[in-house]
Design a protein around this ligand. Structure first.
Ligand code: BGC
Length: 537
């Protein structure tokens, strides 16, 4: 089959009403998951071959970060053709094969949609640049004349998330807006052609059988009218919560109402999840009102320290914000933009395991990032020349991104041996650190004390225990300082020790799963530091 012919409709994953309300969704970062063709870069065929790992892990769905045609100025978040697969990842046939095999294994597939900006090599942008300042195509983006006597100053004081001004000047004198890298010009979402184009892109992938979309920078599409100055440092941080005239503007919601109606035309509950960095859980909830998107990432949770009152506060605030809109809360600890939680939370591997069991006990849906099921730490000592995060080259040392996102993007190890530990036949685009083989899927499989087997056991319990998965409430039980204990309807109690000392507590029921050793005796148990326990109670 050629790239232009529509593929036969791939089979659907088995129908389950409200599947997304408690889904565990696993993020695959295609560059770093599995490399079938041996070029050192992961690809779709590599993903397809490794799908059984995800079935065995027990997740419900896979989210694929971008695999579209792209010059890779921002690892694929700079798209030249939203309907094409980049040759480095394979072909449309390969994408169809991933969908088909995932569905056969009972896994749903969500793809990334990048609507805030495209690549500076996208045909629209290139043509707009070629045609010059009077081209009507420039209205599809944010082109402006500059300030100053000769227009030599940017049109406003906005700064790019990746550092430096959010504007770049062309040789013809005009400036264009890019909230991220200069290679990522922002679309003008006030233009109907932009809206029509993305409706068509949604349909293109829905018709191929995808189960939903992760909406990149969902809070950025609409900018405040007149693009007003901020008048102070305007540097936005990645996954930040600042109030800015280019983020979380009320006008974005009209777009998501439109998309929800479109998604609802399709069978099987196709969903969309917003990557929306909003200032508060209440603002985040606006993206998931009943006629808007289905889910929004809970970055407030991701940003919460390993501290009992702080965690309890964020959990309550998240559930309180979602209840009135009827959307599931979501929980996330790691992704391709942040330091892996095994490192970020500041403790040992035990703390990361405890954090995971806490997250998976909370009501709603959870997102996992590839490799966290292996307990992978952040790789902090990559050589500068290996780094590809565009913010690394733009870092100023004073503000903005540190550009160190490659540290969580190192390919994952599948086997103990091999040049790239089973990632592929050759080397990997980012070097793997020493010791990676001992963390591989092969090394951990069958070891009851391994992090991989902990994830498998937890996800298996989520499928069977009535106190896990969907829900809207937790009831907090009395606990000593630094200990969190909550009960969920359905008979689950979760107890977490966030401190660095063991505590003796009365046993609340039958232990189901523990992230660490659990000595019990005479109606009491000893909860070690950085440990979470699930109880049937
Ligand atoms: C993605 C990043 C990307 C940025 C620009 C984000 O939110 O997750 O990886 O650099 O959007 O597209």
């Amino acid at each position: 089959m050629t790239q232009d012919q529509p593929a036969p409709a791939p089979s659907q994953a088995p129908a389950r009403p409200d599947w997304w309300r408690d889904a565990v969704i696993y993020q695959v970062y295609p560059r770093s998951f599995a490399d079938a063709d041996g070029d050192g870069m992961g690809d779709l065929e590599g993903i397809r071959r490794r799908l059984p790992h995800l079935r065995d892990l027990g997740v419900d769905a896979v989210w694929l970060s971008p695999f579209y045609a792209s010059p890779q100025a921002d690892a694929g978040y700079d798209v030249t053709d939203y309907r094409a697969v980049d040759p480095m990842f394979g072909t449309l046939d390969d994408a169809d094969a991933v969908l088909r095999d995932a569905h056969t294994l009972g896994l749903r597939v969500i793809v990334d949609l990048v609507p805030n900006h495209c690549s500076d090599r996208h045909a629209w942008f290139r043509q707009a640049v070629e045609e010059g300042p009077t081209s009507p195509l420039r209205h599809r983006f944010h082109f402006r004349d500059g300030r100053g006597a000769d227009g030599e100053l940017p049109p406003n004081d906005w700064e790019s998330v990746f550092g430096g001004p959010a504007w770049t000047r062309l040789p013809d004198g005009q400036w264009y807006l890019h909230l991220f890298a200069p290679e990522q010009p922002d679309f003008n979402w006030e233009h109907t052609v932009v809206r029509d184009e993305f409706r068509a892109v949604l349909r293109f992938w829905l018709d191929r059988g995808v189960d939903g979309f992760r909406i990149d920078v969902a809070h950025g599409l609409i900018k405040a009218a007149g693009l007003p100055d901020i008048g102070r440092g305007s540097q936005a941080t990645l996954i930040g919560n600042q109030e800015l005239p280019f983020f979380d503007q009320d006008g974005v919601h009209e777009i998501y109402r439109d998309w929800r109606a479109l998604l609802d035309e399709y069978d099987g509950e196709r969903i969309a999840v917003a990557e929306a960095w909003a200032p508060s859980p209440a603002r985040t909830a606006r993206y998931v009102r009943p006629d808007e998107l289905h889910q929004a990432f809970n970055f407030h949770y991701l940003g919460t320290a390993w501290d009992a009152p702080a965690l309890r506060g964020t959990i309550d605030a998240s559930l309180d914000a979602m209840r009135p809109v009827g959307a599931p809360a979501t929980w996330v600890l790691s992704n391709h933009d942040v330091v892996r939680h095994a490192t970020r939370l500041g403790g040992t591997a035990a703390r990361a395991r405890a954090a995971t069991l806490l997250m998976l006990a909370l009501p709603g849906s959870a997102y996992l990032y590839q490799g966290e099921e292996l307990g992978l730490p952040e790789v902090t000592d990559l050589p500068d020349e290996a780094r590809q995060d565009p913010a690394f080259a733009r870092r100023t040392g004073t503000s903005g991104q540190d550009g160190l996102r490659d540290g969580c993007r190192v390919p994952i190890p599948w086997t103990e041996d091999g040049r790239s530990h089973g990632f592929g036949p050759g080397s990997s685009w980012l070097p793997m650190p020493p010791g990676w083989g001992a963390l591989s899927v092969a090394a951990q499989t069958g070891d009851p004390d391994s992090t991989l087997e902990l994830y498998r056991a937890a996800l298996a319990l989520r499928r069977t225990h009535p106190g896990l998965g969907a829900g809207t409430d937790v009831t907090w039980l009395d606990a000593p300082d630094g200990i969190l204990t909550f009960r969920r309807p359905g008979g689950l109690v979760c107890t977490v020790n966030t401190t660095d000392t063991a505590v003796r507590l009365p046993t609340p029921g039958k232990p189901l799963l523990s992230s660490g050793q659990l000595p019990t005796a005479d109606g009491e148990f000893i909860l070690p530091p950085d440990t979470t326990v699930w109880w049937d109670a």
